[in-house]
Design a protein around this ligand. Structure first.
Ligand code: F6P
Length: 365
């Protein structure tokens, strides 16, 4: 009987997930004694009755490396440690089903699990590893906010999409002499915003790591128009905040999704600028999930494939409790504890920030 590796994708989707799955399956197929099973919607596929799993073969993953989304589906709610159960009064209770799930995996003959997910998923991986599960992690997120890896796959695709948005907004903003504010994703890290702002040549970029002063932004806008320069593009990260303000966030309405829903800063900024006396005509654009959907660019396909192959190799070696990571030019394995210990913020003294300032971009401070 062949040995089985279980693969799943958890948390928000991200371009490149399918390329990781394909990398795992192709590497496993070279061994003759391993087969790959996919769990539908993260661990939910195992916990549901009946279970929802699919056999992943070279044939079933052929050509999926350039498809967006994930063929396995994903979820941002619950998980084995907090499975939502509806009560008679309509409220929800969360129960720990991790032991039951580990037993189910044993009964299925699963020898290794590869969990493709962000920091939340890797925290779950660490807890399952502590309970004795043979588990390996693959980092994913468009936010690039995991410090253990130089880059996460999906991030460069998101930057490409945000840059194209800036390029398009420049032509319409110039035609109308407008200020256009573009809100991008990234949660508490400004990687997508700052990279797209530099690549697209935005005049102002606001990131969570540097609080902004509204009056300074207004001054930049007024100076530009005084000099006869016809437009201003502001790229603002969803997690940005003013010196005396807070991040705009709401509780998610998805049962079991503990993550706050960020967003609304572009609209707030436009209103605040107007209230502060900005006379320019202003518009806002929220890029939203366009940054997560669709095909991954080549860089992300390559990185995702490397992660998939490396994760399968760790399974073959029996090297568990680790997450694969990119440390240029190598793909390495780091412990889950290291992987989840530090958030990857932009250092305000970093060369990326210096580059932005060096080309005259205002960071609102
Ligand atoms: O973490 C990735 C991300 O796209 C963030 O940039 C964003 O805040 C969040 O997920 C949105 O998640 P969703 O709308 O899927 O809950």
């Amino acid at each position: 009987m062949k040995k089985k590796v279980l693969v799943l994708t958890g948390g928000g989707d991200c371009p490149g997930l399918n390329a990781v799955i394909r990398g795992i399956v192709k590497r496993a197929a070279q061994t003759e004694d391993w087969e790959v099973v996919g769990s539908i919607q993260s661990f939910d596929g195992i916990l549901r009755e009946p279970m929802e799993t699919i056999e992943l073969t070279e044939k079933s993953v052929a050509g999926i490396h350039y498809q967006g989304g994930t063929i396995l589906g994903t979820t941002t709610k619950g998980g084995p440690f907090a499975w939502p159960v509806k009560q008679e009064d309509g409220t929800w209770n969360f129960i720990d089903r991790s032991d039951e799930m580990i037993q189910k995996l044993k009964d299925m003959g699963i020898e290794a699990v590869i969990s493709i997910g962000g920091d939340g998923s890797q925290r779950i991986s660490q807890k399952l590893y502590e309970k004795g599960l043979n588990i390996i992690g693959v980092p994913k997120t468009i936010d690039n906010d995991l410090s253990a890896t130089d880059y996460t796959f999906g991030y460069q695709t998101a930057v490409q999409i945000a840059t194209e948005a800036v390029d398009r907004l420049v032509t319409t903003a110039t035609s109308h002499n407008r200020v256009i504010i573009l809100e991008v994703m990234g949660r508490d890290a400004g990687w997508i915003a700052l990279s797209a702002a530099i690549a697209g040549g935005a005049e102002i970029c606001l990131i969570p790591e540097i609080t902004y002063d509204l009056n300074k932004i207004l001054k930049v806008i007024n100076n530009r128009f005084k000099q006869g320069k016809g437009h201003v593009i502001i790229v603002v990260s969803e997690g940005a905040k003013s010196v005396n303000g807070n991040v705009l966030a709401q509780k998610s309405d998805e049962i079991g999704n503990e993550n706050l829903k960020l967003g609304g800063i572009a609209s707030k900024l436009l209103k605040d600028l107007k209230d502060a006396g900005c006379e320019a005509d202003m518009r806002e654009t929220v890029l939203g999930h366009l940054q997560r959907g669709g095909v991954p660019i080549a860089f992300d396909r390559i990185l995702a494939t490397q992660f998939g192959v490396k994760a399968m190799e760790l399974a073959l070696e029996g090297d568990f409790g680790k997450m694969v990571a990119f440390r240029h030019p190598e793909i390495v394995a780091v412990s889950f504890l290291e992987a989840i210990s530090k958030y990857n913020f932009i250092n305000p003294d970093s060369s990326l920030v210096k580059t932005a300032r060096g080309i005259g971009m205002s960071l609102g401070d």
